[in-house]
Design a protein around this ligand. Structure first.
Ligand code: ZN
Length: 250
């Protein structure tokens, strides 16, 4: 894997239907080429083995890093698609100015569309036409059953539950990503609380309880536990919101 693989991965995205839709995809593509031309995309082993890539503006070395351990561990014929998916994910982080959790949602949505295309019709590899030795050529396609985490995210997005998938990863449950205010702001989002996974409701309860209930112990006496209860849940949430907004007034 070297710089030519990175440009091949950007070209693959460029010629996908996903990128041709325009809007954010075009912004991401433009940003990726700018980063590439200024040597800001490279391979670097990440602190956590499970990290596939990262984007940190202005750091020493490339801003956009791809973990070579993730790519190298894959069968050769899956590497270009996988690399392209990682680069598009981090490219969204580079292109949008959103706060962390909104950035993560955006950074997953575009690769999910791209995954759907790669695992469906596939994308023709223009970068390696005519074929070059050691490079994949023709149509790049993800075989059924491969990249199950993308399948799961695609299914979750289809049910307006991508947020639940993201929040099931403890990386995204820290105050850097999710706060009481964020929860209050998004109670109605993605078809509302009734569409949240039980694990998401549990997380919401823990964060809101810490914020609003000084007696909350974390194990029992959970006074915002109504959130789990379909009948009383929505009323209780209104109460929470009222309490929260009044506590914010000067
Ligand atoms: Zn991300």
């Amino acid at each position: 894997m070297d710089q030519s693989d990175i440009s091949d991965a950007i070209v693959l995205f460029q010629f996908s239907q996903t990128a041709r839709v325009g809007g954010r995809a075009s912004d991401v593509l433009r940003r990726l080429w700018n980063l590439f031309k200024s040597n800001e995309i490279g391979f670097r082993i990440q602190a956590k083995k499970s990290t596939r890539g990262s984007f940190t503006a202005g750091q020493a070395g490339p801003d956009l890093e791809v973990n070579p351990q993730y790519i190298d561990a894959l069968p050769a014929k899956e590497r270009l698609a996988a690399l392209s998916l990682v680069i598009v994910h981090e490219g969204v982080h580079a292109a949008v100015q959103f706060a962390d959790l909104y950035s993560e949602i955006a950074a997953r949505m575009l690769p999910i569309q791209y995954y759907r295309e790669l695992s469906g019709p596939g994308v023709f590899n223009e970068a390696d036409d005519p074929p070059r030795p050691g490079k994949q050529y023709g149509i790049i396609r993800i075989m059924p059953g491969r990249f199950p985490e993308f399948r799961a995210q695609s299914d979750a997005l289809g049910k307006d539950q991508l947020i639940d998938y993201i929040l099931s990863n403890s990386t995204y449950t820290t105050p850097q990503y999710i706060t009481a205010q964020w929860i209050i702001d998004n109670l109605q989002s993605w078809r509302g609380l009734k569409n949240r996974w039980p694990s998401t409701k549990g997380l919401y309860i823990r964060i809101l309880a810490k914020k609003f209930d000084p007696y909350y112990s974390g194990s029992s006496g959970n006074r915002v536990g109504d959130l789990e209860d379909h009948s009383g849940g929505s009323m209780h949430v209104r109460t929470l919101r009222r309490r929260y907004s009044s506590s914010r007034r000067p």
